[in-house]
Write a protein that binds this ligand. Structure first.
Ligand code: BT5
Length: 334
């Protein structure tokens, strides 16, 4: 599960290495976290993890020392109360359940952009599925060189290295699949081409770039941002899960659930894209609407009608002609 990094790349910052949490402790973390709703008897925890009493006792002490809050009740047993608000490789790997995406995880305290780090990994022939998170990005970016606000510890700012078995012309499928995975994980909707929105406010953004035989999938999700964590110009357009639910969220648990969904939809994008496109259409707020799209200096107006097999948006112009759009910004929607 650990990625053997020799980090000589100072521009990228230093990744936290896994804290060499013992295997038994990882299993305890996983089991208690899954049972977070109530108490778990000590013997039941032993049975579920298959560990000895001594290992379980030592594991709980290790977790508590790391800042995990675990209640020990003399009669009821153990209860998970929360984890430290800090992303760690150990916790994400203990919770994730996936085939490809997340089988190797790196966490940086700070970096320029997680897409930059993954791009370098792609050039060094790293295998697909490695995921890089950063607690803060100094040069987080959106499309066309736009800025992505990535305040420290508030969100999930991460990138995934993919080497899809798809022709380059069908790479848009990856963005489509990622949008569905993110929207499902956070119960939000999709605004074409790459925004994940709640109440018309942007909760997450996706930036897909191509590298050496690779797709670099960058995802930013606002999780625990308060309104004042956004620059004033964004306050009316952006939102976070904390703002929407009224409660701070467990970022590591969300990270693991996101990686699991991305893994699933990435697989489906390559084997049964029609089903993914149908889900996308259900979640999309743009379809069926009259939209104005800006692509560089061009403006295209028409009805957003469907996605095609490559993941391109089909727009019916007023004169009936169908335009096929792979990128662009929706500047107006009716
Ligand atoms: C995107 O671009 O929405 C893609 C964002 C991808 C960010 C991830 S974080 C991990 C990885 N590493 C990176 O460096 N990037 C990826 P675009 O559609 O161009 O939208 C950018 C616009 O969204 C900006 O111009 C702002 O208006 C707005 N924006 C910036 N930061 C935001 C935030 N945190 N929440 C909501 N909106 C934001």
């Amino acid at each position: 599960m650990r990625y053997p990094v020799k980090n000589t790349d100072t521009a990228a910052g230093t990744p936290y290495t896994a804290t060499a949490m013992r295997a038994g402790t990882t299993a305890i973390l996983n089991t208690l976290h899954r049972h977070a709703a109530g108490y778990l008897a000590f013997d039941e925890l032993r049975r579920r993890t298959g560990e000895s009493a001594a290992t379980v006792t030592a594991g709980i002490a290790e977790l508590q020392q790391m800042g995990y809050q675990i209640e020990i009740h003399p009669h009821f047993g153990l209860r998970w109360l929360g984890s430290p608000d800090r992303l760690t490789v150990d916790e994400i790997c203990a919770l994730v359940n996936s085939r490809v995406i997340g089988r190797e995880v790196l966490v940086f305290e700070e970096t320029t952009s997680t897409n930059d780090v993954v791009e370098r990994l792609a050039r060094s022939d790293a295998q697909e599925g490695v995921v890089v998170f950063a607690e803060a990005q100094t040069r987080g970016r959106g499309r066309h060189g736009r800025k992505w606000e990535s305040p420290r510890g508030k969100g999930l700012w991460f990138s995934v290295l993919l080497r899809p078995a798809l022709p380059v012309a069908a790479y848009s499928r990856i963005t489509v699949a990622a949008s569905v995975a993110v929207a499902r994980a956070v119960e939000a909707r999709i605004k074409w081409p790459n925004d994940v929105v709640i109440r018309e406010r942007k909760l997450a953004g996706i930036l897909t770039e191509t590298g050496k035989n690779a797709v670099i999938l960058g995802i930013g999700v606002n999780v625990n941002n308060a309104p004042e964590d956004f620059p004033s110009a964004l306050r009316d357009q952006a939102t976070s899960l904390r703002i929407e639910t009224g409660h701070p969220q467990d970022r590591a648990a969300l990270a693991a659930s996101l990686l699991g969904r991305l893994d699933d939809y990435y697989h489906r994008a390559q084997t049964n894209f029609e089903a993914v496109a149908a889900e996308w259409a259900d979640l999309c707020v743009s379809l069926g609407k009259q939209i104005v799209v800006r692509i560089g200096h061009r403006r295209i107006e028409g009805e957003a009608c469907a996605l095609d097999g490559d993941g391109a948006l089909l727009v019916r112009r007023d004169h009936g002609h169908i335009e096929r759009l792979l990128a662009g910004d929706v500047i107006q929607e009716r």
